[in-house]
Design a binder for this molecule. Structure first.
Ligand SMILES: Nc1nc2c([nH]c(=O)n2[C@H]2C[C@H](O)[C@@H](COP(=O)(O)OP(=O)(O)OP(=O)(O)O)O2)c(=O)[nH]1
Length: 143
């Protein structure tokens, strides 16, 4: 059986949010949210919701173009998938690199972007869900 209900969100099909762990020169790109008000000032990885019919990797590429104005190559998933909003959404992070290594990511929708070293990653005020991923993000970079 198929029908319009197939496209609606159900408990069995959480919305997928993807994030990009972009690494260059032993640094990770983090970005600081500008909105909504309760999240403004906190740090996250570039990304967003996977659209219907879109692969995780295609969503990572699209979001990096929209948010940062750069093209990325997407690599392996980093760390575990993290539940958001009581399991109605899940966050998956993928390692990524810039297609053009000298490209300059620009904060189009965020307050700031910043390249951080391994020792700085735990010091940022990450979104709650990202805290579980911090050790895995550190592992991407040389100590
Ligand atoms: N992009 C991103 N979103 C994250 C991270 N950690 C985390 O909890 N989230 C949450 C915040 C939001 O509830 C949701 C994605 O929001 P978003 O605003 O980035 O995604 P989007 O552009 O597709 O959203 P929208 O405009 O359709 O509302 O995932 C992260 O590291 N990166």
């Amino acid at each position: 059986m198929s029908g319009p209900a197939d496209h609606q969100q159900t408990d069995a099909a959480p919305v997928i949010v993807v994030g990009a762990a972009i690494v260059r020169d032993a640094r990770l790109l983090a970005q600081q949210r500008a909105f909504p008000e309760q999240l403004a000032g906190r740090w996250e990885l570039p990304g967003g919701r996977v659209e219907p019919g879109e692969s995780d990797r295609d969503a990572v590429v699209r979001e990096c173009e929209e948010e940062l104005g750069v093209r990325v190559v997407v690599h392996d998933q980093v760390g575990p998938e993290v539940p958001l909003r009581h399991g109605r959404m899940v966050l998956r992070i993928y390692a990524a690199s810039l297609t053009e290594p000298e490209a300059v990511p620009v904060a189009r929708e965020h307050r700031a972007v910043r390249w951080v070293e391994a020792t700085e990653i735990p010091e940022l005020d990450w979104l709650d869900a990202d805290l579980a991923l911090v050790p895995h993000l550190c592992d991407l970079l040389p100590a």
